[in-house]
Design a protein around this ligand. Structure first.
Ligand SMILES: [Fe+2]
Length: 361
């Protein structure tokens, strides 16, 4: 198929009569169809067809080695059902049954070979006119799909950046780089994919997870940054970040924000029901909350906090395994353990492996 700039149709002629092809070619060129190719041996027809990618194929029926019907059937097998790529039959004898059989095999039109090419050129013209409309329609659809994809990507990038900046506002007091939220988002998406969730949904979980701690915006500095053990009152205050986050994000018409609300509310629930704020248990906890819960804890374990040193990776992994069926959904733990860190394309700051070791040093 030609590019969209100009439709210069290519015509492939499959005919073992060299002389007839030369005559036909002269007429075609005279009529403006300058792009033609010829196959004299029908056994070479498919290879030339694949290489030349014509817009119309003209096939003789009576040939040595392989008759035209066979060639037409083989070509039809190579042409997608949705594609309009006409095959024109050139018949020496114009018997009705021969023509009918050619049409049944997948030819689109037929013409009797003669020294007068008027009818042949008219039929070629008609078929190529339709081929051109088909190509133009296809190009327009492809262009439209490309633009939709481009806009969707742009929209998603915008959404992600807004979510990241909003998350940064909440995290600024104890993580002015926003790295924790980004890592939790990234890891949540990877776990979701490893757990077999739809890739688009997994990506959305990763984006919505950026806002899991948005409610910390409502926790006083003195409590949030306190290095020592929290009093019961202070801990209640920290627990409230789940409610605050879900309130800020609540009742949105945007599905991504509804997912973020779900995560903000449930990322501290535990599989055994001992979590907060509601004490949901097992599958009562939304899948997104179960995934982010693990990603959040893993990241907290492997990084420095006001109240703890970072743990080495091996110790953190062991702790996650130990909590399978207690704090975490066993299926999510399994998915997490299946992740192959060496195969993930990560930016340096997202690689969990060296964090424990490096920061512990
Ligand atoms: Fe949290």
């Amino acid at each position: 198929m030609e590019t969209r700039d100009a439709f210069q149709p290519r015509i492939l002629v499959i005919d073992d009569e060299e002389d007839f092809y030369l005559l036909l070619r002269r007429e075609l060129v005279f009529a403006g169809y300058t792009e033609t190719a010829h196959v004299a041996d029908p056994r070479q027809a498919l290879a030339t067809f694949e290489a030349y990618r014509p817009d119309l194929v003209a096939v003789d029926l009576a040939m040595s080695y392989m008759d035209g019907f066979e060639v037409i059937r083989a070509l039809r097998d190579r042409i997608s059902r949705d594609e309009f790529l006409p095959i024109l039959v050139l018949t020496g004898n114009g018997g009705q049954h021969v023509r009918t059989r050619a049409l049944e095999c997948g030819a689109m039109d037929y013409v009797t070979k003669s020294d007068d090419f008027t009818e042949t050129l008219l039929r070629v013209g008609n078929l190529l006119h339709t081929r051109r409309l088909y190509c133009e329609n296809k190009w327009q659809r492809e262009e439209l799909e490309r633009r939709v994809l481009e806009r969707t990507q742009e929209l998603e990038d915008t959404q992600r950046e807004i979510l990241e900046r909003l998350a940064l506002a909440a995290e600024f007091r104890d993580d002015d780089t926003g790295e924790h939220t980004r890592r939790v988002g990234f890891l949540s998406e990877e776990i979701a994919k490893a757990a077999g969730l739809d890739p688009v949904y997994a990506r959305h979980i990763g984006m919505a997870a950026l806002l899991h701690d948005l409610g910390k915006i409502g926790v006083p500095d003195g409590i949030l940054r306190k290095p020592g053990k929290l009093t019961a009152y202070e801990f209640e205050n920290v627990k409230a970040h789940t409610w605050v986050g879900s309130q800020i994000l609540g009742n949105s018409r945007v599905s991504l924000l509804r997912l973020a609300e779900e995560i903000a509310l449930t990322h501290h629930e535990r599989w055994d029901g001992a979590g907060y704020p509601t004490g949901l248990k097992g599958e009562e906890i939304p899948m997104s909350g179960r995934i982010v819960a693990l990603a959040d804890v893993f990241d907290a374990l492997t990084h420095r906090r006001p109240y703890k040193h970072p743990w080495p990776l091996s110790r953190a992994m062991l702790e996650i395994q130990k909590q399978s069926g207690h704090q975490f959904d066993p299926n999510i733990v399994e998915a997490f353990l299946r992740l192959d860190w060496s195969k993930l394309e990560l930016e340096d700051e997202r690689i969990p492996e060296p964090f424990g070791e490096r920061r512990a040093a």
